[in-house]
Design a protein around this ligand. Sequence first.
Ligand SMILES: [Zn+2]
Length: 309
Amino acid sequence: MQIRILGSGAGGGFPQWNCNCANCRAVREGAPGFLPRTQSSLAASANGRDWVLLNASPDLRQQLAMNPVLAPSAEDGLRASPIKAVVITNGDVDHVTGLLTLREAQPFTVYGAGRVLQVLAANRIFNVLAPSCVAREELPLGAPTELKGAGVDLGLSVEAFPVAGKIALWLEDALAANYGGAEGDTLGLKITETASGKSFFYIPGCAGVDPALAERLRGAALVFFDGTLWHENEMIDQGLLGKTGTRMGHINMSGPDGSIAAFAPLNVARKIYVHINNSNPVLNAFSKERAEAKFAGWEIGEDGMEALL
Ligand SMILES: [Zn+2]
């Protein structure tokens, strides 16, 4: 199974269009140790020919250009795509708007929790994915689903499971409990190659590692995990946004409640941070925070990074 990071940044990407923080300035100036990052997405394939996208980011068009393996091949005819399915983990702008790039009557299947599919159905602009052509399949939670699209069996299954998180910002209801959020708003995914049984986890948004999630991840071969923030208050401390990580639905990397500490006893063979916000000091390859994450066995995801299982 081949896995490729299409975009390792969080919403807004790196640099973010309107951000002048120290990190965004450095990457704009091409300072050593800083790499630009597009927004949050992975691609996976069992046969190297047919691919599933895990989330569809607003940067998808650029990501396709940067990954020729996702371009139509000559023998497939005039209009074709190796993208046969897209799995959506939540309704965030950085995870659904790339679907609009996949218009033009190309068949594939969109998989998501019922709550996310309702959001797509309620927003008619997503009808550019003609229902006659693009199937929408609800993912059951906690049970595997064989991934299929455009008449192709991808040789992969996905198991979606709810993780601690938050309803997408643009869907928040200020007056409702939990801002109107409910189970299924934030999913983790386990992708398994049918033939080999090898699997990896993709959890780009997660507010905390509870005991159930810890047990699920224990001994995993490969986990891509929410790397939004280093510190709970970093957005506030940098004067960027008056919100903590908890309020945004993201666990931080550092500290006793952070993901580095939570993963330490889990014996995960390879762990890679993705969905990294532009405020995060690990984006500087020479920072002490990067060294600390690396010392704890973490890799900092980069666009184009590949993993083989
Ligand atoms: Zn910034």
